[in-house]
Design a protein around this ligand. Structure first.
Ligand code: HEM
Length: 126
């Protein structure tokens, strides 16, 4: 029986780096999302997201060492996240997930989580 984490099965740091770089390349040109992210620190935002996802999926716990408890809903409270922002975020993420060179069942597992997590981050009614 395999005891490997999703992180390992999916290819480790390289996969999460590919995912997040692809995602932020799309965020950088997205008219809804770009203004929400820090002007000069898209790279820092990318690093935070990558470390969080690596930790969530069983990789190194660097995220919490650097940032403490994730409390993601609370950390997103300062951003106006309505259904349009969620859809824009998911659209960029869908493209990034689809671009990964990993098995389809791993993509599906990753995507299911990201969709649920994005829904839980909405903090503004339509
Ligand atoms: C639903 C749409 C979402 C929007 C519009 C959004 C937007 C943002 C913005 C503007 C930031 C600040 C960037 C920065 O770190 O400086 C941020 C941070 C972050 N987001 Fe999101 N986000 C969304 C969903 C998600 C989801 C689904 C996750 C996790 C699966 C996530 C994980 C993170 C993490 C880990 C950070 C950094 C937190 C920290 O340590 O400060 N976000 N997000």
């Amino acid at each position: 029986m395999s005891q490997e984490s999703f992180y390992e099965r999916a290819g480790g740091e390289r996969t999460f780096n590919d995912l997040v770089s692809h995602f932020y390349a799309l965020v950088a040109v997205n008219p809804i999302l770009r203004p929400m992210y820090p002007d000069n620190d898209l790279h820092g935002a990318g690093r935070r997201l990558q470390l969080f996802l690596e930790q969530y999926w069983g990789g190194p716990s660097t995220y919490s060492e650097e940032r403490g408890h994730p409390r993601l809903r609370m950390r997103h409270a300062e951003f106006h996240i309505d259904s349009a922002a969620r859809d824009a975020w998911l659209l960029c993420m869908k493209d990034a997930v689809n671009g990964l060179e990993i098995a389809d069942d791993l993509k599906a597992e990753l995507w299911q989580y990201l969709e649920l997590a994005a829904n839980s981050m909405v903090n503004q009614p339509d």
